[in-house]
Ligand binder design. Structure first.
Ligand SMILES: [Zn+2]
Length: 418
């Protein structure tokens, strides 16, 4: 008999943004078999029963801008000079920490060790290492760099346009097995002062990247603070646009027109970490304060226009470690005016679409993949409780429990429907 579990008596948030309703959820193998108040006894018979009374059942969370390779988590801060081997282990470690936080999927924002990321993706999928479903990304390419992964943001002014080398980069990353090509279309003032609004690629370089990626069946993600970088991303059909801090009216219009194919990760977590988090000395780096003021206007406007915003806050730095990821949902509420249900939909239903599994991931519906989190309490009343690992009573990925609190384990496999 297939391995079946009935999650009974919880409040179910289905990932669409609708309020939670009382319902049972039947899992069969790695899929959700049925959802409802009255699953027929014949269908439930023989399933193991998990008492979910007092719990809210939500789809597994999706981080839309994840970095498993930055090296720091809430459990371990990476040393400054970790060896390549240690960095590889930290990718695996970060995946496990992320899964412990209820994130059953991660859409990567780049990794300096793309082959490690690909190996981690496959290991997580095969189930011999704990970690989320992963869409693996290239290192963060900017054109004209001296060497891979060095964020020198040279701009486009003092160098020749070089579409051939950009296309070659895409081909190399495709050969390495990534799913996503990451392009740093504007710089990053938090790394090199004054570069956030400086374009790093020529138009023909982005065109070459987009064509090469399409040729190999890869998605493209853009790091884009400036309005011009956002416009460049949308015009070249780039699928995910990060930050969007300084979008102007024209950039907002372009994103709106592309809303059926584009995702935006406004990435508030890193801003919070830089400017506000009391756990670390506030560092008013670069244009971070300007970015905060601007993105607090841009993100609500994009939401009002129906653009899909997804959480993901550049977690992985020592001052912004992996494990704090659910804080982005709170910032969606506190800074961007989302209701908790809207923030959760961004992290679940929209997340499933971002992962390339629309209608199959990020939803609690018959036929969907069985990625679930059982939350002690009501995150739709208080989204902050998702940041408390102790409130995550159970975490299921692909039909298997990664975590199940001892008090919810039944002593015997009670028969459902009695
Ligand atoms: Zn990033």
């Amino acid at each position: 008999m297939a391995d079946r579990t009935l999650i009974a008596g919880g409040q179910v948030f289905d990932g669409t943004g609708d309020e939670a309703v009382a319902a049972d959820v039947l899992i069969d193998g790695n899929r959700i078999a049925a959802v409802g108040r009255a699953i027929p006894a014949a269908q439930r018979a023989g399933a193991a029963v998990l008492d979910a009374s007092g719990l809210t059942v939500i789809p597994g969370l999706v981080d839309g801008h994840a970095h498993l390779g930055f090296g720091s988590t809430v459990e371990h801060l990476a040393g400054r000079h970790a060896s390549e081997e240690e960095k590889a282990l930290l990718v695996a470690h970060s995946g496990r920490v992320l899964l412990d936080c209820g994130f059953t999927s991660a859409y990567s924002g780049g990794n300096r060790l793309p082959r490690v990321e690909v190996a981690a993706r496959d290991a997580f999928a095969q189930g011999w290492l704990p970690g989320p479903r992963l869409r693996a990304a290239s290192w963060e390419g900017s054109a004209g760099q001296v060497q891979p992964g060095v964020y020198d943001f040279p701009g486009t002014g003092g160098r020749a346009s070089d579409p051939a080398s950009v296309a070659r980069f895409v081909a190399e990353m495709a050969d390495a097995g990534v799913d996503i090509i990451k392009l740093t279309l504007s710089g990053e003032s938090a790394v090199i002062a004054g570069t956030s609004r400086v374009i790093q690629f020529t138009d023909e370089e982005v065109a070459a990247a987009a064509a090469a990626a399409a040729d190999r069946g890869l998605w493209v993600t853009a790091h884009a603070h400036s309005a011009d970088a956002i416009k460049m991303a949308v015009r070249h059909g780039i699928r995910a646009v990060y930050h969007c801090s300084f979008a102007d009216e024209e950039a907002l219009d372009l994103l709106t027109a592309a809303r059926d194919r584009v995702f935006v990760a406004p990435t508030p977590g890193i801003i919070y970490a830089h400017l506000i988090d009391p756990a670390f000395p506030p560092a008013d780096v670069g244009e971070m304060r300007d970015a905060l003021d601007s993105v607090r206007k841009v993100a609500p406007e994009l939401k009002a226009r129906g653009v899909r915003l997804v959480p993901g806050g550049d977690y992985g730095f020592a001052f912004n470690p992996v494990g704090r990821n659910a804080r982005d949902l709170q910032l969606f509420v506190d800074w961007f005016g989302f209701t908790p249900a809207e923030a959760l939909r961004s992290a679940t239903g929209y997340g499933g679409e971002l992962m390339g599994l629309p209608g199959e991931l990020g939803l609690i519906r018959a036929g969907c993949l069985a990625d679930l989190v059982l939350v002690d309490g009501d995150p739709l009343a208080d989204i902050s409780i998702l940041q408390d690992q102790g409130r995550l009573t159970a975490i299921m990925k692909d039909g298997r429990f990664h975590k199940l609190a001892a008090e919810r384990r039944s002593p015997s496999r009670a028969l459902a429907g009695r």
